[in-house]
Design a protein around this ligand. Structure first.
Ligand SMILES: Cc1cc2nc3c(=O)[nH]c(=O)nc-3n(C[C@H](O)[C@H](O)[C@H](O)COP(=O)(O)O)c2cc1C
Length: 202
């Protein structure tokens, strides 16, 4: 009998509200790469979800979910099951867009399980294999423009046991305007998506 080969699941998070903007274009390239490597990819446009901010109810101190019943409830299961994450976002006000930050803050559910109760939802063996690819673009041409976003995203990776693995960053978008005029960045997104997929399936 043939062994049942489960395909690896990757979640692709879009932080931009624009479904066909420059961030989305880079994310789509990374998705294509991960799929070509044999992964199953689910894209989630965070700005279009019903997600409230964390209200500090602290229900998650003793419970494996959140008391706020919105789209996050289904998302928690997907994040427990996934093997890899591609997170793509524009820089907004030197950090990440508000809706994406609210989405990330709601992973207090994972934070409490891991750090307060000492029972992470992700086993140490699965943590070793889970990886996050970070894609970000910014309007300004400043050397520090990604620092805020990267700090948040790295912390998120630790909380959900899907550590920061690699990145594709492009600043100066106010000058560039259309990312398709920079094929090397589009190719980098595809290549990193493919590499991520390869590492997950091998
Ligand atoms: C509300 C808002 C805030 C922004 N803040 C910054 C910023 O602080 N630094 C920066 O370099 N670019 C900033 N930008 C520019 C975006 O990062 C840039 O336009 C990016 O290319 C948008 O990507 P998208 O079209 O895929 O959403 C901001 C854009 C918006 C809409």
């Amino acid at each position: 009998m043939q062994p049942c080969i489960m395909s690896k699941k990757v979640i692709a998070l879009l932080g931009s509200p624009l479904l066909e903007g420059n961030t989305a274009r880079l994310l789509d390239e990374a998705i294509r790469g991960a799929e070509d490597a044999g992964c199953e990819v689910e894209k989630i446009a965070v700005a279009h979800l019903d997600v409230a901010p964390c209200m500090e109810i602290f229900y998650c101190m003793e419970n494996e979910t959140c008391r706020i019943k919105d789209d996050m409830i289904e998302i928690y299961d997907k994040f427990r099951e996934m093997d890899g994450l591609i997170l793509a976002t524009p820089v907004m006000t030197m950090g990440i867009p508000g809706k994406l930050k609210a989405f990330i803050d709601r992973f207090q559910v994972f934070y409490m399980a891991k750090y307060y109760r000492g029972e992470s939802f992700i086993s140490p063996e699965r943590r070793k294999r889970r990886k996050m690819l970070f894609i970000s673009i910014a309007g300004m041409n400043l050397p520090t423009v990604f620092d805020g976003a990267k700090m948040t995203v790295r912390a998120f990776g630790e909380i959900i046991d899907c550590p920061y693995w690699d990145e594709v960053l492009r600043n100066d978008m106010d000058t560039i305007q259309d990312i398709r005029t920079r094929p090397e960045v589009m190719e980098a997104a595809y290549r990193k998506g493919y590499e991520l997929g390869r590492l997950l399936v091998q």
